[in-house]
Design a protein around this ligand. Structure first.
Ligand SMILES: *Cc1c(COP(=O)(O)O)cnc(C)c1O
Length: 383
């Protein structure tokens, strides 16, 4: 999955597939530093799940390590193991739920485990004893999302069990917010209140407070009181806002450009249909170009008849159904040549196509656009 930085056999620039994603590491660094400054003194756990929101898990993790990030978060065990194998040494929290048989792998690779039930705590404790090590754990509290975690209203028992596990080091305690990207912050406040209630346990029993964290990008932007000891920015790190309605209190910029090249030029005669299903035909003769990418790269088919691209700094519509590997662009009477750059996401002069636009065309959210850009698209890193 996520280990594709470039195609393994392609080292030479010239032979990297022209349909590519360019990631500007300077922009990514700036975004990181802006968020860090904004939330200081809270620590920061950049979230790198799903191939770092499409930006390439390993390279982004290396950058976070270079930038002295306190730690990083991923979704699944396999992402964590890959990062350890690639030489990432900073703490890595795996956010997802676990199965008992994964615990030895967590311990072997020094990955921090999310503990989300008493049963799982006991399994972790048991394996750590067997392997003569201390498991690093963050406790997960469900304050109103019903995915994983112990309900806030039964958490006291869970915490009581946790502090009794002698082979577990409780490094953190966290919860997750269900709709912090809305302008209406009332539910987020309720979740935060519930989390605070749970945390009283540590004061009540004079037990050292673990690292507390709950804020994702939405909360970071509009609810500083949710920063607690650490924040977990995902989409914001990559320069995309979690929603259109949220205040842009931190000015971040998209780090990625998705581009390709014109591979074919032709005239399409009036009435001659384009693509599978014959869903579109021009009313008069047009000039058109073919671009070698499609839904097999994550350029979602649901954007058919809506998507636009930039060629020579100008917007043009994608016509016909989006195929697996090719799209057709109507350039009307304009000129374009084989080898001309085509921007799918990003800037060309003063024109820009944003991830948010693609999300609108596809009827989805920016997160899904980013995480769907396939590993078939090589990632190229600009310094
Ligand atoms: C994905 C995720 C985040 C980051 O969310 P963004 O909205 O992208 O900032 C933070 N915490 C957890 C537990 C997550 O799963």
């Amino acid at each position: 999955m996520a280990n594709t930085i470039n195609h393994p056999t392609m080292g030479v620039d010239e032979i990297i597939r022209p349909t590519r994603m360019e990631i500007d590491l300077k922009i990514l660094s700036d975004n990181f530093n802006k968020i860090k400054k904004f939330v200081s003194p809270a620590k920061i756990m950049p979230i790198l799940k799903a191939n770092a929101y499409g930006h390439g898990l390993v390279r982004v993790a290396q950058l976070m390590q270079e930038l002295k990030s306190d730690c990083i978060g991923v979704a699944v065990l396999e992402e964590g193991i890959l990062l350890r194998e690639q030489g990432i040494t900073i703490p890595i929290l795996v956010l997802g739920g676990i199965w008992g048989n994964q615990i030895p792998l967590f311990l072997k690779h020094d990955l921090t485990i999310t503990a989300s039930s008493i049963g799982k705590l006991n399994q972790i404790d048991e394996f750590a004893l067997q392997m003569k090590t201390k498991a690093k754990v963050h406790l997960k509290i469900d304050t109103g999302m019903e995915r994983i975690g112990v309900h806030y209203y039964t958490a006291e028992k869970f915490l009581g069990a946790a502090v009794k596990c002698t082979n577990i080091r409780i490094d953190g305690i966290y919860s997750h917010l269900a709709n912090s990207e809305l302008k209406d912050t009332s539910y987020t406040r309720i979740q935060l209140e519930r989390f605070y209630d749970v945390l009283k346990f540590f004061e009540k029993h004079s037990i050292e407070m673990p690292l507390r964290h709950i804020a994702n990008s939405g909360a970071i932007l509009q609810m500083p009181e949710a920063n607690l000891d650490m924040v977990r920015p995902g989409i914001l790190l990559y320069g995309v806002y979690p929603s259109q309605e949220i205040p842009q209190t931190i000015k971040v910029h998209p780090a990625l450009t998705w581009k390709s090249l014109v591979v074919y030029f032709k005239i399409i005669k009036a009435g001659h249909p384009v693509g599978y299903g014959l869903t579109w035909k021009p009313e008069h003769d047009i000039r058109a170009v073919t671009v070698p990418l499609g839904y097999g790269d994550g350029y979602l088919r649901s954007m058919s008849h809506k998507a636009e691209v930039l060629i020579r700094g100008k917007r043009y519509p994608v016509v016909g159904s989006i195929s697996m590997d090719q799209i057709v662009v109507n350039i009307e009477n304009d000129s374009a040549f084989n080898g001309d750059e085509v921007i799918l996401i990003g800037r060309d002069g003063s024109a820009e196509i944003t991830v948010e636009e693609l999300a609108d065309w596809a009827g989805t959210i920016p997160y899904e656009i980013l995480t769907n850009i396939n590993t078939r698209v090589p990632r190229v890193y600009l310094k």
